[in-house]
Design a protein around this ligand. Structure first.
Ligand code: DAK
Length: 258
């Protein structure tokens, strides 16, 4: 499929999606959000894809936020509509995707950019990365789940500080906060993301899907995550991959998850 604002590449079982609007520091406009949804959906439905890496073009920005030019003219209804639609088709969609998404944060991850990284299942960053939610400096608040996901990841106090000061933190501090898992030099970033993705690819895709569901249940009001875990654990026993994984162990060979 041809896209205007992103590029995609398949490397064996790893699918790489790159946001490609370098002149706008990869800012997210409506069209890019739609393309990201389509690319994520297609990669997830492709049985040969076991992990997705999401990054931005260039060495300066992962995503410098929502496209300010585009949303500056919106009224209350349009703002609510865009937030609801964007949350549904991209941010919540990525959060709940059964295929793990690794955000490789290669520079600025601001506003909607940090929200997209936080919706991903895990984050790695280059040492020049700068992360923040500067929305209140523009007279809005994070509208793509940032108030919730940042609080879940770093706790209320740090989330309040980052959001209300509209400040930015560097990669090292983000790692100390638990906002990113690893920090490496820019030229090592994609290889680190590939290394993590390769480890994921060696494991059972159906078990990973169940694990994502169970972990995410921790953040859903009214849902008992332990019960979800029990259900998903039980479901694993009905899968071919459980048979393959356990047989391989008993036969002292590596499992071959199709
Ligand atoms: N949108 C559009 N263009 C952007 C952009 C953005 N977010 N960020 C940068 N650019 C463009 C700049 O306008 C500039 O374009 P030209 O002037 O060359 O045409 C080009 O990218 C290079 O940027 P700079 O010249 O500013 O580069 P610097 O190195 O000097 O500064 C910077 C880098 C990242 C510190 C700076 O560009 C910056 O502060 N950018 C804006 C960061 C920001 O405030 N991002 C928005 C956060 S708020 C919503 C839901 C969610 C949201 C909004 C609405 N609804 C549901 C309605 C979320 C909002 C946000 O994300």
């Amino acid at each position: 499929m041809a896209y205007e604002n992103i590029t995609t590449a398949q490397e064996e079982r790893i699918h790489i999606i790159t946001i490609n609007r370098p002149k706008q520091l990869n800012a997210l406009n409506k069209a890019t959000i739609k393309e990201l949804h389509e690319a994520m959906d297609a990669a997830n439905k492709d049985a040969s894809t076991r992990a997705i890496i999401l990054t931005g073009t260039g060495e300066k920005a992962f995503v410098a936020g929502a496209d300010i030019k585009e949303f500056s003219g919106y009224n209350v209804e349009q703002g609510q509509e865009l937030a609801a639609n964007g949350q549904e088709i991209l941010f919540n969609f990525v959060h709940n995707l059964p295929t793990p998404v690794i955000a490789a944060v290669n520079g600025f991850a601001l506003g909607g950019g940090l929200e997209l990284a936080m919706a991903s299942h895990m984050r790695v960053a280059s040492d020049n990365a700068k992360l923040g939610l500067p929305e209140v400096s523009l007279g809005v608040i994070p509208g793509y789940g940032g108030t919730q996901r940042l609080t879940q990841l770093v706790g209320r106090g740090k989330a309040m500080e980052l959001i209300t000061t509209a400040g930015m933190i560097g990669a090292e501090e983000a790692q100390q906060w638990g906002l990113v898992n690893h920090v490496v030099a820019q030229d090592e970033l994609m290889n680190l993301a590939r290394k993590i993705a390769s480890k994921i690819c060696a494991n059972s895709g159906s078990a990973i899907k169940s694990a994502i569901k169970a972990v995410n249940a921790n953040f859903v009001d009214g849902l008992n995550g332990y019960n979800v875990e029990i259900t998903e654990f039980g479901n694993c026993f009905g899968t071919e991959e459980f048979k393959e994984g356990t047989s391989a162990f008993l036969e002292k060979r590596k499992p071959d998850f199709k």
